[in-house]
Design a protein around this ligand. Structure first.
Ligand code: CMC
Length: 382
C-alpha cells in the first residue's frame, strides 16, 4: 500500500493480515478453525506435553529432546527467584490494586534487574534468555503478590516441583494432587499462544520500534487485562456466581439474552464455530468437579452454554471453562487473568523475537473523518 489514499478500512482490523508468523496457526490444516503451535495440533499438545515443553517449542522452534528439556527445566528453575526490591514493592502497593496492574509493574521492574538489560534489542540469544527468565519469574511474581496481599508468609519456589505444581504450591502452600496439577498444566498449555490476538499484536507493535522485549511484554500485559480479552475469565466467573444455583441458570440466561447482554466467555473474533481450547478444558472441568464431589458449577454452566450457543450461535471460548476450573482449584478470582498472562508470556516472547528477527516498523494509517482544513481565528474572534 502506498500514497495517501486510505480506501480500505477494517474496523477492529478484522480480517487484516498484519504479520507472517511461524508460531501459531488458527486456521487448522484444513481451514477448519483448529489451533496449532508450530504445526502441532492443540488437542495433541494438551494431552501429551507439559507447559515447559510447550514454552520450549514456541521459543526454540520444536519440541525439546529429553536432554534439551532437562537443561531448559534447570534454567527455568534457576530463574524463579525475583529481586527483593520487587517483593518490597508488593508490600507498598495498596492491597486494592488489581494483580494485573501489579504484574504489569512487575515486568517493568524485572527488566531493570535482568542480566541482559544492556543487550541490543535485536540480540536473538539475549532475547531468548530474557524470555526464559520471565516465564519463571512471572509465576513467582503473581504468587508472591497474592501472599503479600493476604498477609501470608511467602513460599519459596521448590525445585522439586514443575512449573504448574510449583505455582500452585507457592500460592496455596499445598502440593496439588496429580489430577489438579495436570488440569492446571493443560490450562497453561492452552493459554500459551494464540497467533495475533490483541495482546500479542501490541507486543509486536512495541517490538517493531526496536524497543526491548520487557517493554513489549509490559504492553501485552496491559492489553490482556481488558474484559474483551484475557479479563474475560474473571468476568465469566462473575456470571456463574451471579446465577448462583443450577435451577436459576435457564431463567437467568433467557433474561440476559433478552436484555442483549454480552455474555463473557462466549464468542470469538476468529473462531465462529467454536474455540477448540474450550472443548478441551471443559473435559478437565468435569473431571475436577468429580474429584471434588461438587458438580454445581458444571450444572450452572451447561444450560448457559447451550442457550448462548444455540440462540446466539456463539460457542464458549477458552475463558468460559477456565473460570470454573480455577475456582475448583481454590484460586482467587483476581488471579485468573494473571495466570493467563504468566502462561501467555511464552507466546508473547516468541512473537517479539520473531518480530525483531525480521523487523519492519508497524505504522498503519487512519482514515481521517474530522473537520476539513481550516484557518486559525485570532483568540478574540473564537
Ligand atoms: N454475548 C452476547 N453477544 C455477543 C457476544 C457475547 N459474548 N459476543 C458478540 N456478541 C454479539 C454482539 O453484541 C454483536 O451483536 P450485534 O451485531 O447485534 O450488535 C455481535 O455479536 C458482534 O459482536 P462484536 O463484538 O462486533 O464481535 P467480535 O467478533 O468483535 O467479538 C469478542 C469478539 C470476543 C470481542 C466478543 O465475542 C465478546 O465480547 N465476547 C465476550 C468477551 C470474551 O469472552 N472475550 C474472550 C475472547 S477469547 C479469549 C481471550 O482473548 O481471552
Amino acid at each position: 500500500m502506498s500514497g495517501s489514499a486510505v480506501d480500505e478500512y477494517y474496523p477492529g482490523l478484522e480480517g487484516v493480515i498484519a504479520n507472517e508468523t511461524a508460531i501459531a496457526n488458527i486456521e487448522g490444516k484444513d481451514g477448519s478453525g483448529g489451533l496449532e503451535y508450530r504445526g502441532y495440533r492443540i488437542e495433541d499438545l494438551a494431552d501429551s506435553v507439559s507447559y515447559e515443553e510447550t514454552a520450549f517449542l514456541l521459543l526454540h522452534g520444536d519440541l525439546p529432546t529429553a536432554s534439551q528439556l532437562k537443561d531448559f527445566d534447570q534454567r527455568l528453575k534457576a530463574s524463579r527467584a525475583i529481586p527483593e526490591a520487587l517483593v518490597g514493592l508488593y508490600k507498598q502497593i495498596p492491597a486494592s490494586i488489581h494483580p494485573m496492574d501489579v504484574l504489569r509493574t512487575s515486568v517493568s521492574v524485572l527488566a531493570h534487574y535482568d542480566p541482559d538489560v544492556s543487550a541490543p534489542p535485536s540480540d536473538h540469544a539475549a532475547n531468548v534468555r530474557k524470555a526464559e527468565r520471565l516465564i519463571a519469574q512471572m509465576a513467582t511474581a503473581v504468587a508472591y503478590r497474592e501472599r503479600v496481599v493476604k498477609g501470608l508468609p511467602l513460599i519459596a519456589p521448590d525445585a522439586k516441583l514443575d512449573h504448574a505444581a510449583n505455582f500452585l504450591h507457592m500460592v496455596s502452600g499445598k502440593v496439588p494432587s496429580a489430577v489438579v496439577r495436570q488440569a492446571f498444566d493443560v490450562s497453561l498449555v492452552l493459554y500459551t499462544e494464540h497467533e495475533l490476538n490483541a495482546s500479542t499484536f501490541s507486543a509486536r507493535v512495541t517490538a517493531s520500534t526496536l524497543s526491548d522485549l520487557h517493554s513489549a511484554i509490559v504492553a501485552a500485559v496491559g492489553t490482556l487485562k481488558g474484559p474483551l480479552h484475557g479479563g474475560a475469565n474473571e468476568e465469566a466467573w462473575k456470571v456463574l456466581e451471579r446465577v448462583g444455583a443450577p435451577e436459576n441458570a435457564e431463567r437467568w440466561i433467557e433474561d440476559a439474552l433478552a436484555r442483549k447482554e454480552r455474555i463473557m466467555g462466549f464468542g470469538h473474533r476468529v473462531y465462529k464455530k467454536g474455540d477448540p481450547r474450550a472443548a478441551i478444558l471443559k473435559r478437565y472441568c468435569a473431571s475436577i468437579a468429580r474429584e471434588i464431589g461438587d458438580d454445581r458449577w458444571e450444572r450452572i454452566a451447561e444450560p448457559i452454554e447451550r442457550a448462548v450457543t444455540t440462540q446466539k450461535l456463539l460457542p464458549p471460548n477458552v475463558d468460559w471453562p477456565s473460570a470454573r476450573l480455577y475456582h475448583y482449584m481454590g484460586l482467587g478470582i483476581e488471579l485468573y487473568t494473571p495466570i493467563f498472562a504468566m502462561a501467555r508470556v511464552a507466546g508473547w516472547a516468541a512473537h517479539v523475537i520473531e518480530q525483531l528477527d525480521h523487523n519492519r516498523l508497524m505504522r498503519p494509517r487512519a482514515r481521517y473523518i474530522g473537520p476539513p482544513a481550516r484557518e486559525i481565528k485570532p483568540l478574540q474572534e473564537r
